[in-house]
Design a protein around this ligand. Structure first.
Ligand SMILES: Nc1nc2c(ncn2[C@@H]2O[C@H](COP(=O)(O)OP(=O)(O)OP(=O)(O)O)[C@@H](O)[C@H]2O)c(=O)[nH]1
Ligand SMILES: [Mg+2]
Length: 284
């Protein structure tokens, strides 16, 4: 059963006299404070709180509108060689796995990817990405532990260019949004990448874990403020039926998902398809 259906059954009153607690229902869908408030106000303005079917239809239509509106950002990096993608996110969100998935996808599309291991902090991070590079047969720039991630990223794009790669994927260390110096370190990686290929980094994607619920919105706000995100990759959707925060992030920040992660294998990456997402979320 779809997540929305389950929620509906949980909150639907047993009799017509009982009211639905719309606010509680929308909160549970992980839609976040701004969007919950705006939907509740909308229901009130239209006098729909007690008209359950109409209210439900209106909410569904609103969420579909938010999710399906075309993203405002234009595609960057078209024609750049290599196109440079910077992956950022909190610890364990799935960045390194997603870097491998993106490389795999590029190969499927007859493109030449290049991986850059700019996580010089977490023990094992270098080996993790180099293992993926070997498995996928993809070129890799390694860093040494303790090295400046910006210098690894810079060298990496240089090597990608020499190898005539089409896509350079920069994996970075996980970081807590509240640690200011770590966010500044990422801002430096971004600045330095700007000196490699015109317009780089062409994409800055926040990799976030769907099981973190509303924390995703908080992460998106902080990373967006520090770096200017161009998109979102929501991982682990195979382990969590929820995904309401995708609507929350779109509503609050106007940032859309680009891919969804649905497993641990290289092929478990789906391009964002709002129509499909809406169908699965509402169970249509
Ligand atoms: N089920 C599932 N697991 C995933 C997905 N993406 C990543 N994982 C798993 O999540 C764990 C963490 O993934 P990593 O790619 O190492 O995460 P990371 O963000 O690079 O972690 P740090 O570098 O430590 O910050 C691994 O066990 C992955 O296999 C996904 O879409 N679905
Ligand atoms: Mg990692």
């Amino acid at each position: 059963m779809s997540f929305w259906r389950q929620l509906w059954e949980k909150f639907a009153p047993r009799s017509d006299q009982e009211e639905i607690d719309w606010e509680a229902l929308l909160w549970e869908a992980d839609l976040g404070e701004d969007l919950v408030r705006s939907l509740c106000r909308g229901l009130e303005r239209r006098g729909l709180q007690r008209k359950r079917e109409e209210a439900r239809r209106w909410i569904e239509a609103e969420l579909k509108r938010i999710l399906c509106d075309p993203p405002s950002s234009v595609k960057k990096g078209v024609g750049a060689k290599p196109k440079v993608v910077l992956l950022v996110g909190v610890n364990g969100s799935g960045k390194t796995t997603t870097a491998a998935k993106l490389a795999f996808r590029a190969i499927q599309e007859n493109q030449r990817p290049w991986l850059i291991a700019a996580d010089t902090f977490r023990a094992g991070a270098q080996e993790q990405l180099s293992q993926w590079a070997r498995r996928l047969g993809v070129g890799l720039t390694e860093g040494t532990y303790g090295a400046d991630p910006a210098s690894v990223a810079y060298r990496g794009v240089g090597e990608a260019r020499v190898a005539q790669a089409d896509l350079a994927i920069v994996d970075t260390a996980g970081r807590l949004v509240k640690k200011r110096h770590l966010m500044e370190e990422l801002a430096k990686v971004k600045r330095v990448l700007g000196k490699t290929v015109p317009g780089a980094p062409h994409e800055i994607w926040l990799v976030c874990d769907a099981t973190s619920g509303l924390d995703v919105l908080l992460q998106a706000k902080e990373f967006h403020q520090a770096l200017g995100l161009t998109g979102l990759i929501m991982t682990k959707l195979d382990t969590s039926g929820k995904g309401g925060m995708i609507a929350a992030v779109r509503h609050s920040l106007g940032i859309s998902p680009v891919f969804l992660g649905t497993g641990e294998k290289p092929q478990d990456l789906q391009p964002w398809d709002p129509e499909r997402y809406v169908r699965e979320f509402f169970g249509e």
